[in-house]
Write a protein that binds this ligand. Structure first.
Ligand SMILES: [Zn+2]
Length: 452
């Protein structure tokens, strides 16, 4: 991109100004009139009132269905033999066909209800085939941001008014920059962006020193980056000069050992949340530490094999109804009430994209969540770990050893993995000084090249 070339050639003070200019445009896009309307609405809405929640959901669902058959050529055809007036509540959704990814891939342009010019565009990541382009209306974007900011408000953080440190940006610092300044300021959003790409071992102390000067009220971004920094703080027994209110990881799986390490380093709670670039309904963590499916943002159905179907109230540009997003969800068995009082159902577990697994003939699919539990046992002697599968019955395990690592740990890990994957799995342990991130600065714990 030409603009980025100009940006990288500018001195750092200029890059800060450009980051703020971009931030200002972004703020206008996300915090417009719809945002304010929704923020006020959520502020007043009583989420402990089960009847009110049900009523809202039914009304939004009817509005959505009416909208799609009138504005999306795809849905007009897809539902042509169905009387959509019969679908009144989330339970009635079963009468509608499931929207498979393949269908979306082939028909996405007919699904759009707006032109690209008037839309905010997002792309799904390319881990499962070609990326898809989703168009969002400004209203949709603002409603989504309001849900997210309302979630943060519940945990005491007012987005845009309180200082935050964000670790999800790879572009703000040129890959080959020599100076050790790995952050830029977005003044309008009271945000300091830290490069998630440069946070390698030799640079981390610069990050910690700068955080100590900046003293953010909250931190957000990739849990893998937050974890790297937290681990450094804990190992070096650094005590920080600030204590954030809350930490909000985004975009990657939050492994249990990540959470533990991050909470210990920053002496504050981590609150997780699930969203997607397609615009799926939200799953958010409450003050009592449970995940809830946010019923005001859409409908989530749990179908066979815990597969998740999503219906979004927030994406009118590319409407998604009963879309099989590829993630798995498990709701709490009984109608268990959460200590926080919310009428939103408790989510027992949520698993990322179904490509996050390693497959062996003997044991089938071993999920990233399961592998992260194994890795946790070795966390005192391992800085980082990654599983890569390129062929069946073959796995490469990259290990970044700590100074306390001893050769005999190799055998313990091997035994554990043979037990996990079966005798026929060839397991190759590789000691590496660092595990490279992808272009966006994300770290992938499991890379499965076989999965489609
Ligand atoms: Zn709760």
């Amino acid at each position: 991109m030409v603009l980025m070339k100009v940006y990288y050639k500018s001195p750092i003070f200029m890059q800060n100004i450009l980051t703020s200019v971009r931030g200002y445009q972004y703020k206008r896009q996300r915090n417009g009139k719809y945002y304010q309307r929704e923020m006020d609405f959520y502020n007043k809405f009583d989420v402990t009132d089960e009847v009110a929640v049900q009523k809202y959901q039914a009304k939004e669902l009817q509005r959505l269905l009416h909208f799609v058959v009138n504005h999306s050529p795809f849905y007009k055809e897809f539902y042509k033999n169905i009387d959509i007036r019969q679908i009144q509540t989330p339970d009635d959704l079963k009468k509608l066909p499931i929207l498979e990814k393949k269908i979306v891939r082939n028909h996405i342009e007919e699904m759009y209800t707006i032109s690209e010019k008037e839309a905010v565009v997002s792309h799904t990541s390319g881990t499962t085939g070609t990326p898809m382009k989703f168009l969002h209306t400004y209203e949709g974007i603002q409603r989504r941001n309001a849900i997210l900011d309302d979630f943060k408000r519940e945990h005491g953080f007012i987005n845009g008014q309180m200082k935050k440190a964000s670790f999800n940006s790879s572009e703000i610092v040129a890959a080959d920059q020599q100076r050790k300044i790995f952050w830029r300021d977005n003044v309008p959003m009271k945000q300091r962006l830290y490069s998630s790409f440069h946070s390698q071992a030799e640079n981390i102390h610069y990050y910690v020193k700068n955080l100590n000067e900046y003293k953010p009220i909250s931190l957000d971004g990739y849990p893998s980056t937050l974890y790297e920094i937290a681990r450094y703080i804990n190992t070096k027994e650094i005590s920080l000069d600030f204590k954030p209110i809350a930490i909000f990881p985004t975009a990657e799986t939050l492994h249990p050992h990540y959470r533990e390490e991050i909470e210990r380093a920053f002496k504050c709670k981590v609150f997780n949340q699930y969203a997607s670039s397609e615009g799926a309904p939200f799953v958010v963590e409450c003050t009592a530490g449970n995940l809830h499916y946010h019923k005001l943002s859409g409908v989530i159905e749990q179908v066979e094999d815990d597969e998740m179907l999503i219906t979004s109230f927030m994406n009118n540009g590319t409407p998604l109804i009963r879309y099989r997003i590829g993630d798995k969800i498990n709701f709490s068995e009984e109608k268990e009430k959460c200590a926080c009082g919310s009428a939103f159902p408790i989510v027992q577990s949520l698993e990322g994209r179904s490509t996050d697994y390693i497959e062996s003939e003997e044991k089938g699919k071993v999920t990233a969540v399961f592998l992260s539990i194994i890795s946790e046992e070795f966390k005192t002697s391992i800085v980082n770990m990654q599983y890569i599968q390129k062929k069946l019955n073959h796995v490469i395990v990259n290990i970044v050893p700590d100074s306390s690592y001893e050769e005999k740990i190799d055998n313990i890990i091997l035994q554990k993995l043979i037990y996990t994957f079966g005798e026929n799995m060839t397991i190759k342990l590789r000691k590496v000084p660092e595990i490279p991130k992808d272009k966006s600065g994300k770290f992938k714990f499991v890379r499965n090249h076989l999965a489609r």
